[in-house]
Design a protein around this ligand. Structure first.
Ligand code: NAP
Length: 294
């Protein structure tokens, strides 16, 4: 069994980005600028935004965070999106989810200009992804594809079973895995809460991607010997340790790891790749790679 070291891959990519940014600055240019909109005080969102800020600083990007109280109106938030859409100094921005219940998240995400939508959640970017056209890929699925690439894991002709059909992970990764590309060219089965005989399906997986939000859900008897297992889940579980919690994924690592050819640990696997993918998307926005300037 080989552990997929997301941490070292992420650090390597960040170094490459940092070198490119340094060259831009040396040549008298402005660094790429990634902005984020954060509404309310959701702990997981605060943590994600703080890591995004740290990652931007590490590679030399400009980073800004627009913070709002949870009672901000939808109208005001749409104005914030419009402002960032039109700010020439901002190359790309994200609106951190979840948003408070009184705000229609789809309406907000659809207001972001596709060329600044570095989270890749706008219908235009999702549509382009589905059609195999260049687009900003959602950060977590893009990070997983980078791990396959960096580890030289063959995906062509493999049966890939994806657990979870969310718009941010399950659905886009299933599209990417089935795309006519390398990595890609897998035969994909997408499972969800209405799937029957789930263990029977997961046992057929050469590549199993778990993104269901259920701690330790995937057990050894659900995995084929020699499978590649990608664990997207992140859970903070309270315990008696000094920290008061431990972090785990959707896979029961202790049970499953010995059966795998490759497996991502949690933490230290997919999570760190997510922010790196966001940085890469921001760089693409800076270079107008996906949507060339007219
Ligand atoms: P989500 O929106 O909560 O969706 C969960 C999906 O799993 C749904 O499609 C649901 O089916 C399915 N599901 C739930 N219970 C199931 C079960 N018992 N059997 C089969 N399918 C089941 O998920 P998400 O936002 O993609 O997040 C999934 C996990 O990944 C979470 O732990 C989250 O924290 C983590 N995450 C990590 C990163 C990262 O950077 N590493 C990024 C994003 C998310 P239905 O559609 O039928 O309800």
């Amino acid at each position: 069994m080989e552990l997929i070291d997301g941490k070292s891959i992420a650090e390597g990519i960040k170094k490459e980005i940092a070198a490119k940014v340094a060259a831009i600055i040396d040549a008298g240019g402005e660094p790429p600028h990634l902005a984020a909109v954060l509404v309310g005080d959701d702990a997981a969102s605060q943590t994600y935004i703080a890591s995004k800020e740290r990652a931007c600083k590490a590679v030399g990007f400009t980073s800004s965070v627009y913070r709002y109280e949870p009672d901000i109106t939808e109208k005001k938030l749409l104005e914030v999106v419009d402002f960032l859409n039109n700010d020439p100094d901002v190359n790309g921005f994200i609106v951190q989810l979840p948003l408070p219940k009184h705000i229609d998240a789809d309406k907000i995400l659809q207001r972001i200009k596709p060329e600044k939508d570095v989270d890749g959640f706008h219908p235009v970017n999702v549509g382009r992804l589905a059609l195999g056209l260049p687009s900003y890929l959602p950060a977590t699925p893009a990070g997983i594809m980078l791990l396959f690439e960096k580890y030289g894991i063959e995906t062509e002709g493999k049966h890939c079973v994806v657990l979870g059909r969310s718009n941010i992970v399950g659905t886009p990764i299933s599209l990417l895995m089935s795309r006519k590309a390398k990595p890609g060219n897998s035969t994909v089965t997408l499972c969800h809460s209405k799937t029957v005989n789930l263990p029977e399906i997961t046992r057929q997986a050469d590549i199993l991607i778990a993104a269901i939000g259920q701690p330790g859900f995937v057990k050894a008897d659900m995995v084929k010997t020699g499978a590649v297992v990608i664990d997207v889940g992140i859970h903070r579980i309270s315990d008696d340790s000094e920290k008061g919690y431990y972090i785990c994924g959707d896979v029961d690592f202790e049970q499953v790891a010995p059966k795998c050819s490759f497996i991502t640990p949690v933490p230290g696997g997919v999570g760190l790749m997510t922010i790196v993918s966001l940085l890469l998307n921001t760089f693409k926005a800076y270079n107008a790679e996906i949507y060339p300037k007219q």
